[in-house]
Design a protein. Structure first.
Length: 270
Protein backbone atom coordinates (compact mmCIF):
# COMPACT_ATOMS: atom_id res chain seq x y z
CA UNK A 1 0.00 0.00 0.00
CA UNK A 2 2.86 2.36 0.83
CA UNK A 3 4.31 2.22 -2.69
CA UNK A 4 0.90 2.99 -4.23
CA UNK A 5 0.48 6.02 -1.98
CA UNK A 6 4.01 7.17 -2.83
CA UNK A 7 3.32 6.88 -6.55
CA UNK A 8 0.01 8.76 -6.23
CA UNK A 9 1.67 11.50 -4.18
CA UNK A 10 4.48 11.92 -6.71
CA UNK A 11 2.11 12.03 -9.70
CA UNK A 12 0.03 14.70 -7.99
CA UNK A 13 3.18 16.61 -7.08
CA UNK A 14 4.48 16.63 -10.66
CA UNK A 15 1.21 18.00 -12.02
CA UNK A 16 0.84 20.53 -9.20
CA UNK A 17 4.28 21.94 -10.01
CA UNK A 18 3.44 22.27 -13.71
CA UNK A 19 0.01 23.84 -13.23
CA UNK A 20 1.29 26.08 -10.44
CA UNK A 21 3.88 27.45 -12.87
CA UNK A 22 1.19 27.92 -15.53
CA UNK A 23 -1.01 29.72 -12.98
CA UNK A 24 1.76 32.03 -11.79
CA UNK A 25 2.74 33.09 -15.30
CA UNK A 26 -0.92 33.51 -16.16
CA UNK A 27 -1.25 35.95 -13.29
CA UNK A 28 1.90 37.76 -14.40
CA UNK A 29 0.15 38.68 -17.63
CA UNK A 30 -1.81 41.24 -15.58
CA UNK A 31 1.43 43.09 -14.87
CA UNK A 32 1.77 45.76 -17.56
CA UNK A 33 5.46 45.27 -18.39
CA UNK A 34 5.21 41.48 -18.64
CA UNK A 35 1.88 41.67 -20.44
CA UNK A 36 3.30 43.95 -23.14
CA UNK A 37 6.38 41.72 -23.54
CA UNK A 38 4.24 38.62 -24.09
CA UNK A 39 1.79 40.48 -26.32
CA UNK A 40 4.68 41.34 -28.63
CA UNK A 41 6.28 37.86 -28.36
CA UNK A 42 3.65 35.27 -27.24
CA UNK A 43 6.00 32.24 -27.48
CA UNK A 44 8.15 33.77 -24.73
CA UNK A 45 5.38 32.84 -22.29
CA UNK A 46 6.01 29.15 -23.00
CA UNK A 47 9.78 29.64 -22.86
CA UNK A 48 9.49 31.04 -19.32
CA UNK A 49 7.10 28.27 -18.26
CA UNK A 50 9.52 25.65 -19.59
CA UNK A 51 12.51 27.14 -17.75
CA UNK A 52 10.80 27.56 -14.39
CA UNK A 53 9.05 24.17 -14.49
CA UNK A 54 12.29 22.33 -15.27
CA UNK A 55 14.05 24.24 -12.48
CA UNK A 56 11.33 23.30 -9.99
CA UNK A 57 11.48 19.63 -10.98
CA UNK A 58 15.24 19.67 -10.49
CA UNK A 59 14.78 21.27 -7.05
CA UNK A 60 12.20 18.65 -6.04
CA UNK A 61 14.77 15.91 -6.46
CA UNK A 62 17.66 17.99 -5.17
CA UNK A 63 15.77 18.68 -1.93
CA UNK A 64 14.50 15.07 -1.70
CA UNK A 65 10.86 16.20 -1.76
CA UNK A 66 9.88 13.32 -4.03
CA UNK A 67 8.78 10.20 -2.13
CA UNK A 68 11.02 7.23 -2.93
CA UNK A 69 10.91 3.58 -1.89
CA UNK A 70 14.29 2.90 -3.46
CA UNK A 71 17.72 4.48 -3.58
CA UNK A 72 17.60 8.24 -4.05
CA UNK A 73 18.15 9.38 -7.63
CA UNK A 74 18.71 12.74 -9.22
CA UNK A 75 16.22 14.30 -11.62
CA UNK A 76 18.47 13.43 -14.57
CA UNK A 77 18.70 9.79 -13.45
CA UNK A 78 14.95 9.42 -12.87
CA UNK A 79 13.83 10.72 -16.27
CA UNK A 80 16.73 8.84 -17.91
CA UNK A 81 18.70 11.45 -19.78
CA UNK A 82 20.99 8.70 -21.09
CA UNK A 83 23.31 9.42 -24.02
CA UNK A 84 22.00 7.94 -27.27
CA UNK A 85 24.15 6.04 -29.78
CA UNK A 86 24.26 7.79 -33.15
CA UNK A 87 22.08 5.16 -34.83
CA UNK A 88 19.31 5.77 -32.28
CA UNK A 89 19.56 9.48 -32.96
CA UNK A 90 19.07 8.77 -36.69
CA UNK A 91 16.11 6.46 -36.00
CA UNK A 92 14.53 9.07 -33.72
CA UNK A 93 14.93 11.75 -36.38
CA UNK A 94 13.35 9.52 -39.05
CA UNK A 95 10.38 8.71 -36.81
CA UNK A 96 9.95 12.41 -36.16
CA UNK A 97 10.11 13.11 -39.90
CA UNK A 98 7.33 10.57 -40.47
CA UNK A 99 5.32 12.23 -37.71
CA UNK A 100 5.68 15.65 -39.35
CA UNK A 101 4.54 14.19 -42.67
CA UNK A 102 1.49 12.62 -41.02
CA UNK A 103 0.56 15.90 -39.33
CA UNK A 104 0.92 17.94 -42.52
CA UNK A 105 -1.27 15.47 -44.39
CA UNK A 106 -3.84 15.39 -41.61
CA UNK A 107 -4.41 19.14 -41.78
CA UNK A 108 -5.14 18.91 -45.52
CA UNK A 109 -8.00 16.39 -45.17
CA UNK A 110 -11.08 18.48 -45.87
CA UNK A 111 -13.56 16.02 -44.35
CA UNK A 112 -11.52 15.94 -41.13
CA UNK A 113 -11.46 19.75 -40.98
CA UNK A 114 -15.25 19.69 -41.01
CA UNK A 115 -15.32 17.35 -38.02
CA UNK A 116 -12.42 19.01 -36.15
CA UNK A 117 -12.31 22.68 -37.24
CA UNK A 118 -10.26 23.41 -34.12
CA UNK A 119 -7.19 21.68 -35.55
CA UNK A 120 -6.28 24.24 -38.20
CA UNK A 121 -7.64 27.12 -36.11
CA UNK A 122 -5.29 26.26 -33.24
CA UNK A 123 -2.30 25.90 -35.55
CA UNK A 124 -3.10 29.24 -37.23
CA UNK A 125 -3.34 30.84 -33.80
CA UNK A 126 0.11 29.51 -32.86
CA UNK A 127 1.67 30.50 -36.18
CA UNK A 128 0.21 33.98 -36.29
CA UNK A 129 1.93 35.29 -33.21
CA UNK A 130 5.43 36.65 -32.76
CA UNK A 131 8.75 35.90 -34.38
CA UNK A 132 8.75 32.60 -36.31
CA UNK A 133 12.14 31.48 -34.95
CA UNK A 134 10.82 32.09 -31.44
CA UNK A 135 7.74 30.02 -32.30
CA UNK A 136 9.99 27.13 -33.38
CA UNK A 137 12.09 27.47 -30.23
CA UNK A 138 9.05 27.46 -27.94
CA UNK A 139 6.53 25.20 -29.71
CA UNK A 140 8.94 23.07 -31.71
CA UNK A 141 11.68 22.48 -29.16
CA UNK A 142 11.16 23.55 -25.55
CA UNK A 143 7.52 22.68 -24.90
CA UNK A 144 7.77 19.26 -26.62
CA UNK A 145 10.80 18.54 -24.42
CA UNK A 146 8.79 19.56 -21.34
CA UNK A 147 5.94 17.24 -22.36
CA UNK A 148 8.38 14.33 -22.63
CA UNK A 149 9.82 15.07 -19.20
CA UNK A 150 6.37 15.20 -17.59
CA UNK A 151 4.57 12.32 -19.31
CA UNK A 152 7.33 9.87 -20.20
CA UNK A 153 10.18 10.80 -17.84
CA UNK A 154 8.12 11.38 -14.68
CA UNK A 155 4.52 10.11 -15.02
CA UNK A 156 5.29 6.88 -16.87
CA UNK A 157 8.24 6.06 -14.62
CA UNK A 158 6.06 6.47 -11.55
CA UNK A 159 3.19 4.38 -12.92
CA UNK A 160 5.35 1.44 -14.02
CA UNK A 161 6.58 1.01 -10.44
CA UNK A 162 3.15 -0.19 -9.29
CA UNK A 163 1.46 -1.69 -12.39
CA UNK A 164 2.14 -3.77 -15.50
CA UNK A 165 4.10 -1.95 -18.20
CA UNK A 166 1.27 -1.90 -20.78
CA UNK A 167 -1.17 -0.37 -18.29
CA UNK A 168 1.37 2.35 -17.47
CA UNK A 169 1.74 3.04 -21.22
CA UNK A 170 -2.03 3.39 -21.62
CA UNK A 171 -2.46 5.58 -18.54
CA UNK A 172 0.33 7.99 -19.46
CA UNK A 173 -1.23 8.24 -22.94
CA UNK A 174 -4.62 9.06 -21.40
CA UNK A 175 -2.99 11.74 -19.26
CA UNK A 176 -1.22 13.15 -22.31
CA UNK A 177 -4.46 13.21 -24.30
CA UNK A 178 -6.36 14.87 -21.45
CA UNK A 179 -4.15 17.98 -21.39
CA UNK A 180 -4.44 18.68 -25.13
CA UNK A 181 -6.15 21.98 -26.02
CA UNK A 182 -8.90 20.57 -28.27
CA UNK A 183 -10.65 17.44 -29.53
CA UNK A 184 -8.61 17.34 -32.73
CA UNK A 185 -5.32 17.36 -30.87
CA UNK A 186 -6.67 14.71 -28.49
CA UNK A 187 -7.32 12.40 -31.44
CA UNK A 188 -3.75 12.80 -32.72
CA UNK A 189 -2.28 12.40 -29.24
CA UNK A 190 -3.76 8.92 -28.82
CA UNK A 191 -1.25 7.74 -31.44
CA UNK A 192 1.67 10.04 -30.64
CA UNK A 193 1.39 9.61 -26.87
CA UNK A 194 1.62 5.84 -27.29
CA UNK A 195 4.42 5.90 -29.87
CA UNK A 196 6.55 8.33 -27.85
CA UNK A 197 6.28 6.07 -24.79
CA UNK A 198 7.17 2.93 -26.76
CA UNK A 199 10.22 4.70 -28.19
CA UNK A 200 11.22 5.68 -24.65
CA UNK A 201 10.93 2.06 -23.52
CA UNK A 202 12.90 0.77 -26.51
CA UNK A 203 15.72 3.34 -26.36
CA UNK A 204 15.79 3.55 -22.54
CA UNK A 205 16.66 7.20 -22.82
CA UNK A 206 14.39 10.26 -22.74
CA UNK A 207 16.50 11.81 -25.50
CA UNK A 208 14.88 9.46 -28.03
CA UNK A 209 11.24 10.64 -27.70
CA UNK A 210 12.47 14.22 -27.24
CA UNK A 211 14.30 14.06 -30.58
CA UNK A 212 11.25 12.46 -32.20
CA UNK A 213 8.84 15.09 -30.94
CA UNK A 214 11.17 18.05 -31.58
CA UNK A 215 11.76 16.83 -35.14
CA UNK A 216 8.06 16.23 -35.75
CA UNK A 217 6.88 19.54 -34.30
CA UNK A 218 9.63 21.73 -35.74
CA UNK A 219 9.34 20.28 -39.26
CA UNK A 220 5.56 20.47 -39.05
CA UNK A 221 5.58 24.18 -38.21
CA UNK A 222 8.22 24.88 -40.86
CA UNK A 223 6.27 22.90 -43.45
CA UNK A 224 3.01 24.61 -42.51
CA UNK A 225 4.65 28.03 -42.70
CA UNK A 226 6.04 27.27 -46.18
CA UNK A 227 2.72 25.74 -47.35
CA UNK A 228 4.44 22.42 -48.05
CA UNK A 229 1.92 20.04 -49.51
CA UNK A 230 -0.57 22.63 -50.72
CA UNK A 231 0.22 21.67 -54.30
CA UNK A 232 0.52 17.89 -54.08
CA UNK A 233 -2.08 17.30 -51.33
CA UNK A 234 -4.92 19.08 -53.12
CA UNK A 235 -7.51 16.35 -52.59
CA UNK A 236 -8.71 14.17 -49.72
CA UNK A 237 -7.36 10.91 -51.20
CA UNK A 238 -3.88 12.41 -51.59
CA UNK A 239 -3.91 13.97 -48.11
CA UNK A 240 -5.20 10.74 -46.53
CA UNK A 241 -2.52 8.74 -48.35
CA UNK A 242 0.24 11.05 -47.08
CA UNK A 243 -1.16 10.89 -43.55
CA UNK A 244 -1.24 7.09 -43.64
CA UNK A 245 2.30 6.97 -45.03
CA UNK A 246 3.44 9.10 -42.09
CA UNK A 247 1.56 7.08 -39.45
CA UNK A 248 2.63 3.72 -40.89
CA UNK A 249 6.17 5.07 -41.18
CA UNK A 250 6.20 6.00 -37.47
CA UNK A 251 4.90 2.58 -36.44
CA UNK A 252 7.14 0.61 -38.82
CA UNK A 253 10.27 2.53 -37.81
CA UNK A 254 9.42 2.02 -34.13
CA UNK A 255 9.06 -1.75 -34.65
CA UNK A 256 12.29 -1.83 -36.64
CA UNK A 257 14.03 0.18 -33.94
CA UNK A 258 12.88 -2.33 -31.35
CA UNK A 259 14.25 -5.26 -33.34
CA UNK A 260 17.56 -3.54 -34.07
CA UNK A 261 17.98 -2.37 -30.50
CA UNK A 262 17.31 -5.54 -28.54
CA UNK A 263 20.95 -6.43 -28.06
CA UNK A 264 22.48 -2.98 -27.98
CA UNK A 265 20.80 -0.65 -25.53
CA UNK A 266 22.15 2.02 -23.17
CA UNK A 267 23.29 0.71 -19.81
CA UNK A 268 20.34 2.21 -17.92
CA UNK A 269 17.57 -0.39 -17.59
CA UNK A 270 13.87 -0.29 -16.81
Amino acid sequence: MKKYLATAANVILYFVVFYFTMFVFGRLLAIEAYGKLIEANPPLHLVFIFGVTMLLYWLLFKLNLVVSNTERQSFVQVVKFVKLPSRLVVFSFLIGLAGALASLGLLEIVSLKEVFPDLEANVDSMMGSGNFLLIIAALGILFPALEEVIFRGLLFNELKKVMPLWIAVVLQMIGYVAVQPSAGFMLISVVTGTVYCLIYIIARSLWAPIIVQITAMSLFFIGYKLDVGKGWMNSDPAAIAITLVGVVGMIALTIWLNRRNRDARPATTF
